[in-house]
Design a protein around this ligand. Structure first.
Ligand SMILES: [Zn+2]
Length: 176
């Protein structure tokens, strides 16, 4: 019996760790568009989208690699959180606008719609995996995203901190 509990605890702990690592990487990933090597312009529509989360989801779905579900759920949630913050810039100007390669910066309306739609899809991917993970998954979800959210507010000195949170909660509720 004790062995069984130990095993379950170990499984949950590794899962939560994979989720947390995924969420952290996901929250940082969209801004790799600043890396000169990638030849993207900042706030690129390529990285500020559900593209990579959906590819990772597909990779998990097809391969069924252990812990990948935890990682992908965390990663998609992290990207969603990043997009939720980007949805509330101080001013809709310059880098706040989504850049499409070879096209240029989108208008404010298109950028808002882009971020909102992709945020929804990231949250949808993430939330769709959580039931597979069980109660430990819900715990990982709440704890990790709350920690990253607080970190985001502190790092950005967010003036309207409720905006991203309300957006993500509303979308998360819809996706469920
Ligand atoms: Zn960004």
């Amino acid at each position: 019996m004790l062995e069984f509990i130990d095993q379950a605890l170990l499984t949950s702990t590794i899962g939560i760790a994979c989720f947390a690592i995924g969420a952290w990487l996901g929250s940082q990933y969209p801004d790799i568009d600043r890396w000169a090597l990638l030849r993207l312009r900042h706030r690129s529509g390529v990285t500020h989208s559900f593209l990579l989360p959906s590819l990772l989801w597909l990779g998990w779905f097809l391969s069924g690699i252990q812990w990948a579900d935890w990682f992908v759920a965390g990663f998609s949630g992290g990207v969603g959180l990043h997009l939720a913050f980007d949805l509330f810039p101080e001013k809709w100007r310059g880098f706040a606008l989504i850049d499409v390669p070879k096209w240029g910066r989108c208008t404010r309306t298109v950028s808002t719609a882009w971020l909102f739609a992709n945020l929804f899809l990231c949250v949808f991917i993430s939330v769709s995996i959580v039931p597979v993970l069980g109660p430990a998954g819900i715990l990982a979800y709440i704890a990790t995203l709350a920690a990253l959210y607080l970190y985001g507010i502190m790092a950005k000195k967010e003036h309207f901190a409720a905006g991203p949170l309300l957006t993500i909660l509303t979308l998360g509720g819809d996706a469920l």
